[in-house]
Write a protein that binds this ligand. Structure first.
Ligand SMILES: *Cc1c(COP(=O)(O)O)cnc(C)c1O
Length: 398
């Protein structure tokens, strides 16, 4: 399937292109930055940060050892599509879903003492030995057991015949900031807790704490698995912790010009007429809006691109359409870049995040379900996921 041919099927509207070669490249580069021999967990929660969890999980199978998600439902969606990698649910489990997770061989996190009995009971009921990881709260104050309780709860887990304590982990609050002190304090708390767990004769096979920022900043502690989401997509964790230049943002976001026309002097554009033409001016209407995930803060501030030319947004971003500046190079039906990797003239996810006053994690995850995702390898579309239409097409498969 060619990129343009496939994209045309979804005109008029917006679509995302996801470069799976770049995704694999970024993962290999992260593995090279992590301590030698570390296992690698590709975090694909929140629909792989908006990139599409199914195709990212399938692509990760050849380059990662683990997948990480936030919720059991996310794990089930991936497992149901035939992905065989171990999947860890990083967040708290919903009791109602634990049994269905265990029969699908999904690894659960225990982050509270009540969850020990909950997992043990569910495992006995469905007749499996459940693999769990113990989460320690070393400073994030979100989910997990306190370090002083960790050894006792690890022992409680180890005593349950229906449970297998495979891993112990924690999560950093501040690894994406230039001050390493909070992360170092968390590593020290984690190391001390692991030591107390080992002191009770319990030897978890996996210990992990690093996220993308910690891998890039080399703050991984003495662990043997790293977890990464944002950097696998080629996006920097923050302005203070950047991905190296060899990383490539894997997502591009595009739309189409649906009308190209001239404003007369004094004409206002879009809701509230917040932009006014000073002179005769060519503009174009495009088929992407905030219901596709484009922040409304881009109104009169962001820009789109066509080839080497940039076109500022004119007036307010609407729900389904946005008006941009135009010129004689643009015609109805042209595919217009909204977001592209660095090096092009379009905005990057970081540019959009900066203008919207948030981080790129939020911008990527907010690209909505009505935007079809086209997956590209070696310049060809190899798969397409269209959540709204319930379509999932893999090239070469009927
Ligand atoms: C989301 C998440 C990650 C991945 O974080 P990135 O900053 O995207 O690398 C790792 N660990 C846990 C527990 C998470 O919730």
């Amino acid at each position: 399937m060619t990129i343009e041919g496939t994209a045309r099927r979804y005109m008029a509207g917006a679509h995302a292109l996801i470069d799976l070669d770049a995704y694999a490249h970024n993962i290999r580069a992260l593995r090279a930055a992590a301590p030698a021999g570390s296992a690698f967990m590709a975090v694909v929660k929140a629909d792989a940060y908006g990139h599409g969890a199914i195709q990212c999980a399938l692509a990760a199978e050849s380059v990662a050892n683990w997948l990480g998600v936030a919720r059991i439902q996310e794990a089930l969606a991936i497992r149901n599509r035939g992905v065989r990698l171990p999947i860890l649910v990083l967040g708290p489990a919903n009791a109602e879903e634990v049994e269905s997770a265990l029969v699908r061989d999904i690894t659960l996190t225990v982050g509270a003492v009540e969850h020990v009995e909950q997992a043990a009971q569910a495992a006995r009921k469905v007749g499996v030995r459940a693999t769990v990881h113990l989460k320690i709260d070393t400073g994030m104050r979100r989910y997990g057991v306190m370090p002083r309780d960790a050894a006792e709860i690890a022992e409680l887990i180890a005593r349950q015949e229906s449970l297998h304590l495979e891993g112990v982990f924690t999560h950093f609050s501040s690894a994406d900031e230039s001050d390493a002190a909070p992360t170092e304090r968390q590593i020290a708390e984690f190391d001390a807790a692991i030591k107390r767990i080992r002191g009770r004769g319990i030897e978890p096979r996996l210990t992990h704490c690093a996220n993308s920022a910690a891998i890039l900043a080399k703050l991984t502690g003495t662990t043997n698995l790293v977890r990464s989401g944002i950097a696998t997509f080629g996006i920097s964790p923050s302005a203070e912790v950047l991905v190296p230049p060899s990383f490539q943002q894997i997502m591009s976001f595009r739309t189409v010009a649906t009308r190209v026309f001239d404003l007369e002097p004094g004409d206002g554009v879009s809701y509230g007429l917040s932009y006014r033409a000073q002179e005769r001016e060519r503009v174009a209407a495009t088929a992407a809006g905030y219901a596709d995930g484009l922040p409304r803060q881009l109104s009169n501030t962001g820009w789109f691109a066509l080839g080497d030319a940039c076109y500022p947004i004119r007036g307010r971003v609407c729900m389904d359409q946005t008006v941009i500046a135009s010129d004689e190079r643009m015609a109805i039906g042209d595919i217009i870049d909204i977001i592209r990797p660095a090096g092009s003239r379009a905005m990057t996810l970081d540019d959009v995040a900066r203008i919207a006053g948030t981080n790129s994690y939020e911008i990527a995850t907010r690209i909505t379900a009505r935007v079809p995702r086209l997956y590209v390898r070696a310049g060809k579309v190899v798969a397409c996921e269209h959540t709204l239409l319930g379509e999932s097409v893999v090239a070469g498969q009927p």
